[in-house]
Design a protein around this ligand. Structure first.
Ligand code: ATR
Length: 290
């Protein structure tokens, strides 16, 4: 149990839903290990309550927040400042309260790349198919293109306008010809044969809907790497079917821990205890799923 005093510094996460987050377990373990008088708590914030929540962060002197589904893009106009990376990605997953100045950062994209490199995969010159066009996808696609990958964005029909806008923004920023395609067999047939990496950047397959999958298994083959940003369950249906088809897989735990480690460093000014955070996140996931 954490000792909370009158001096304890508060951090947390805002999202909807937040019941399944393991970020509190991960950050509180890191604070305890580092001997910091900090605590990390979950806040369920509905879309219509976002502005009040952000004003409340300033008023309550909350030191830092993580931002998750569905607020990563909507939070931007409510902040005082943006770090250059968050501005260029157009999504925020970490807020730091610098004496009343609320500054937005994005640690998702770097977290994603670090987790890939950790698995021995360099995205340079790879053909990557990214499913989804929300805040997580924005961070991943911008960072992948910056690291020299060629990407194609896939999205469902209702989100095509958003996907096309994202592709246009990337093309303008990097002078590329990134395409946004609708999720259809005809398009998958065109792109999956030459894909090196498939990334699920949606929440499809996450608990409470683990029976869902964003891409059918007939598109998988040995030689393809399938990366799922969903970490709960750790092995999603997408990853299980990819593994069964002989593809290589990477789960969402690495990205979760890397993005969290960088948020920890922004809030505390100290180096994050990465191993402690990974163990705490894994343990929390195991307990939740028992
Ligand atoms: P985040 O900020 O965490 O990325 P988000 O902005 O809500 O979350 O984006 C989630 C992405 O997953 C979106 O691309 C969304 O599709 P739309 O752009 O059409 O909204 C996609 N997504 C969510 N649920 C989905 C589902 N059941 N099937 C397919 N795509 C889905």
């Amino acid at each position: 149990m954490i000792d909370i005093s009158g001096k304890t510094i508060v951090c947390g996460i805002i999202g909807d839903p937040v019941e399944h987050t393991v970020s509190p377990a991960m950050h509180n373990a890191a604070f305890a290990y580092a001997g910091l008088d900090y605590v990390y708590v979950p806040f369920q914030v509905k879309k219509e309550g976002l502005a009040e929540a952000i004003h409340g962060m300033g008023a309550l002197n909350i030191r830092g927040l993580n931002v998750t589904i569905p607020h990563k893009v909507g939070v931007i106009p409510l902040l005082s400042e943006l770090d250059f990376l968050a501005e260029y990605i157009g999504a925020v997953n970490t807020i730091v309260n610098h004496g009343g100045i609320l500054k937005g950062y994005n640690t998702d994209g770097i977290g994603f790349i670090r987790s890939l490199l950790e698995e021995g995969v360099n995205p340079k010159d790879k053909n990557v198919v990214v499913v989804g066009a929300g805040g997580a996808s924005r961070a991943i696609t911008f960072t992948l293109v910056d690291k020299g990958a060629s990407i194609t964005i896939l999205n469902r029909r209702s989100g095509m306008e958003k996907a096309v806008r994202l592709a246009d923004e990337i093309n303008n920023a990097f002078r590329r010809d990134v395409q946004a395609l609708e999720f259809e067999d005809e398009n998958l047939a065109k792109i999956m044969g030459k894909a090196d990496i498939l990334v699920n950047a949606t929440s499809v397959g996450m608990i409470p809907n683990p029976e869902e999958t964003p891409v059918e298994s007939r598109w998988f083959r040995p030689g393809l790497l399938v990366y799922d940003i969903v970490y709960n369950p750790v092995e999603t249906r997408l990853l299980r079917e990819a593994r069964q088809a002989g593809a290589t897989t990477i789960d969402g735990l690495g990205m979760l821990v890397w993005q969290g480690a960088m948020a920890f460093e922004y809030w505390t000014g100290q180096k994050a205890p990465f191993g402690i955070m990974r163990d705490a996140a894994s343990k929390a996931l195991t307990i939740k799923n028992e």
